[in-house]
Design a binder for this molecule. Structure first.
Ligand SMILES: Cc1ncc(COP(=O)(O)O)c(C=O)c1O
Length: 445
């Protein structure tokens, strides 16, 4: 019988983290319970290209890629080379760095709606800056949101809009513990695709809405006319339209989903893949909305560090030089085809669906089968075969045909185990781990 990977060291480290680090990890998506807890690796020792080696020296193909922060591949030689060279000249200066201006010029060239830029070190931080700018520019407080926008108070206050009876939070899994309840009236969620709902909120709060912040898409392209409708409604009500492209940016097109859909927001939030794994985030947008930021208190020491700046400049240039859009498309489409074939070869019904930049496994399970069990068993069996993944996949430029072939072969077998579990009602016997937890329920799929 195929052995499970020995993850003793990962387990020991995770237990020690439990004694020292509240919550054990800094990112919910890195918790052990987000994968097959006990079989999936939890700690890595090194990563290169499309692969990593865990703390126990097991090698894996990586389809998570630092939750999308890596796009060229782990430890990319060109980006790392530029960063190392910069470290020798100084990772941060007392004075400002000319790289700030160079990156602003590049962002204004590649992001359709960008005329001005500000920087941060991550996505949630950049979302908070965008919210501050929109509120400051309009003199209004209320923000309507659709999607995940990070950890900060301005956003997490949305979960006060919960129904305590059903326990249904807008983002199930995140309770607004520690967030001032006074912020509750400053934010409201709206449902993706629901223009009437958005219109009703804008009318109900006429003259009060500073911004509509949303993820333009995640795994599926927006329904026809939806983003255009959001833009028209937002303009009509004098609110700022903010696209959060932290997860969907850079992959489908270097200019982001706004380049794909042709709908340009007033502000855009960027992070993750823009710097191939080095901390960086940005808010870019129209000059008229961004200029008032000069008078707002938006200031932090490490936002001007040189490493994020040089990593971003190099990553964006490399995406262009390597023809990333075409290559990521080919890889994503090939992976979708290979996984759909694997589903059918395993005798299951379904397909690998979604945009090629973020495809996901969509199994049609017989009634009565708990999808959480099927998903956890899939992740467990993939880990057993040296593939680290959830049920959605993010390719990098480092993933090649060999990685796809090995992933598809593993998926055929893993899905075969899922099929056996379905046919013999054997999930509880075949699952050697607890069910994977959802990090939080996302409102944009
Ligand atoms: C759309 C979106 N916005 C914001 C964030 C938060 O970014 P970070 O984790 O860098 O703070 C994420 C992270 O997953 C995201 O997907």
């Amino acid at each position: 019988m195929l052995p499970f990977p020995d993850t003793t060291k990962s387990k020991q480290l995770y237990a020690r983290a439990g004694e020292l680090i509240p919550g054990r990890t800094q990112l919910i998506s890195r918790r052990a319970d987000q994968f097959a807890n006990g079989v999936s690796p939890v700690y890595a020792s090194r990563a290169k290209g499309a692969h990593f080696v865990d703390a126990d020296e097991n090698a894996f193909i990586d389809w998570v890629n630092a939750v999308g922060a890596v796009i060229l591949g782990h430890a990319d030689d060109v980006v790392d080379g530029a960063v190392i060279e910069q470290i020798r000249r100084g990772s941060i200066y007392t004075l400002n760095s000319p790289l700030e201006i160079e990156l602003a010029e590049l962002l204004c060239e590649v992001i359709p709606s960008a005329e001005r830029a500000r920087y941060t070190k991550g996505g949630g931080e950049a979302c908070a800056v965008a919210a501050r700018i929109a509120r400051g520019a309009t003199g209004r407080d209320l923000i309507l949101i659709c999607g995940y926008h990070g950890w900060a108070d301005w956003y997490q206050a949305v979960n006060f809009g919960a129904d305590p009876e059903s326990g249904e939070w807008p983002f199930a899994g995140i309770e607004p513990i520690g967030v001032p309840a006074a912020l509750a009236p400053t934010i409201r969620p709206f449902a993706y695709g629901d223009l009437d709902g958005l219109r009703a909120l804008l009318e109900q709060h006429a003259g009060q809405v500073a911004a509509v912040m949303m993820e333009p898409c995640r795994s599926e392209l927006p329904p026809p006319g939806f983003l255009e409708g959001v833009q028209a409604l937002t303009r009509e009500h004098g609110a700022v339209l903010i696209f959060d492209e932290v997860s969907c940016g850079w992959r489908q097109a270097i200019g982001g989903m706004q380049a794909v859909t042709g709908v340009t927001p007033d502000l855009t939030v960027l992070a993750k893949a823009m710097s191939n794994g080095y901390p960086m985030g940005a808010v870019v947008g129209r000059a008229a909305i961004m200029e008032p930021a000069a008078r707002m208190f938006i200031s932090s020491s490490y936002w001007s560090d040189n490493l994020g700046l040089i990593a971003s400049l190099t990553t964006i240039r490399e995406l262009r030089r390597r023809g990333s859009e075409q290559r990521l498309k080919e890889t994503g489409e090939a992976l979708k085809r290979a996984l759909t074939d694997a589903i059918h070869a395993a005798g299951l019904v379904g397909a690998c669906k979604g945009v090629w930049s973020n495809p996901y496994l969509a199994l049609s399970l017989p009634t009565g089968v708990d999808p959480r069990k099927a998903n956890t068993l899939f992740i467990q069996e993939m880990a057993r075969r040296g593939v680290h993944t959830s049920t959605s996949f993010k390719a990098t430029l480092a993933h090649g045909p060999e990685d796809i072939a090995r992933t598809a072969a593993a998926a055929r077998e893993a899905l075969g185990v899922v099929r056996e579990a379905i046919e013999r009602d054997a999930f509880d016997r075949l699952l050697v781990v607890d069910l994977k937890k959802e990090p939080f329920r996302r409102t944009v799929r």
